[in-house]
Write a protein that binds this ligand. Structure first.
Ligand code: TXD
Length: 319
């Protein structure tokens, strides 16, 4: 059986980390595509030379030619410009929309059967645009944000409760960014919901509110600290989890930006919701009932995504 092929469009900080993880996990052969000359080939060669030490077998190739992504099983897109300090995700819109057009056309022409994971910001708008430009079925194009946002939430909760990360589950809905909606009622330690843990005296509502806020601005906190560029280790590992669920038909239930067709009262938008990812791509959207604050916050998040799509359509009349 031939190896799977993973194409990484954008070979920057996240792209390089994705290549490293994919090779280390022997997920398949890896193609690093970037418009920057030489750089993807340099990273591919460097990573190939880690193979004999780590003991992984994967062919890694760097390229600036879309033909090299032909037949890819999975495409992970990070192409674009990252946020700089003081810059919002939405400032990136105009620049990255053009990039999505080029990438979407490259995917359409070379690997229309691939499962495509978009990471480029502003995520909920870019994944929608990438789907439009590529023409792939909606169940084969998803956005990565929720896995990362919930990982951030889990990290902060595990620290606060002083328990293993492994035993903390977290539930995050909505758009990626300041409008994301962490849902405490569905976030647990070994199955015990956070509100119950508060009643048990493990923490306080004030501390939980602060953690929710820190999760919402989790990306910005890292942008400020790095001073140049944005987070890449956790974003890469989050996208790899989604890719593995597809390639191995694991049917993981993961929060991702998925195309909604009426679920949560939303039609025709990509919004962060829990989905099942298996060999057929998005196999199911998990629709839970939202109440009170979570419902209002989710709606705010949906409205923010809608606004971005209006802006996208204003920039590119083909959308
Ligand atoms: O949760 C999430 N979705 C995110 C998103 C979390 C963190 C970062 N997120 C976004 O991912 C970030 O705002 C950026 O839009 C992307 C990629 O972040 P990364 O840190 O990897 O950015 P880099 O290092 O600048 O890499 C981007 C690469 C760079 O090498 C460019 O030369 C290349 O993209 N690029 C292109 N490649 C192919 N085709 C085109 N047109 C192109 N334009 C730029």
């Amino acid at each position: 059986m031939a190896r799977k092929k993973i194409a990484l469009v954008g070979a920057g900080m996240i792209g390089g980390t994705l290549a490293h993880l994919a090779a280390m996990k022997e997920m398949g052969d890896v193609v690093l595509f970037d418009i920057a000359e030489g750089m993807p080939a340099g990273k591919a060669l460097d990573l190939s030379q880690a193979g004999p030490v780590e003991g992984f077998d994967a062919n890694l190739k760097g390229t600036s030619d879309y033909k090299d992504i032909a037949g890819a099983d999975v495409v992970i897109v990070t192409a674009g410009v990252p946020r700089k300090p003081g810059m919002s995700r939405d400032d990136l819109l105009g620049i990255n929309l053009k990039v999505m057009k080029a990438v979407g056309e490259g995917i359409k022409a070379n690997c229309p059967d691939a499962f495509v994971i978009c990471i480029t910001n502003p995520l909920d708008a870019m994944v929608w645009a990438l789907r439009e430009f590529s023409g792939l079925p909606h169940n084969k194009v998803v956005g990565m944000a929720g896995v990362l946002d919930s990982a951030r939430f889990r990290h902060f909760l595990a620290e606060e409760f002083d328990v293993s990360m492994e035993d903390v589950t977290a539930f995050v809905l909505g758009g990626h960014g300041d409008t994301m909606v962490p849902v405490l009622e569905y976030s647990t330690v070994a199955g015990i919901p956070v509100p119950d843990l508060i009643k048990m005296g493990w923490s306080t509502q004030e501390k939980m509110d602060a953690i929710v806020q820190r999760t919402r601005s989790g990306g910005g906190e890292i942008v400020q600290l790095l001073g140049n560029g944005s987070a890449y280790y956790a974003p890469a590992t989050s996208a790899i989890q989604m890719a593995e669920s597809y390639l191995k038909d694991k049917k993981r239930v993961l929060p991702c930006a998925a195309h909604l067709t009426g679920q949560y009262g939303v039609d025709g938008l990509y919004v962060g919701v829990p989905i099942v990812i298996g060999a057929n791509g998005v196999e199911r959207v998990v629709e839970i009932e939202l109440n009170g604050e979570a419902k209002a916050n989710f709606q705010k998040s949906v409205d923010a995504v809608k606004e971005l799509l209006v802006a996208c359509k204003g920039i590119d009349s083909s959308l």
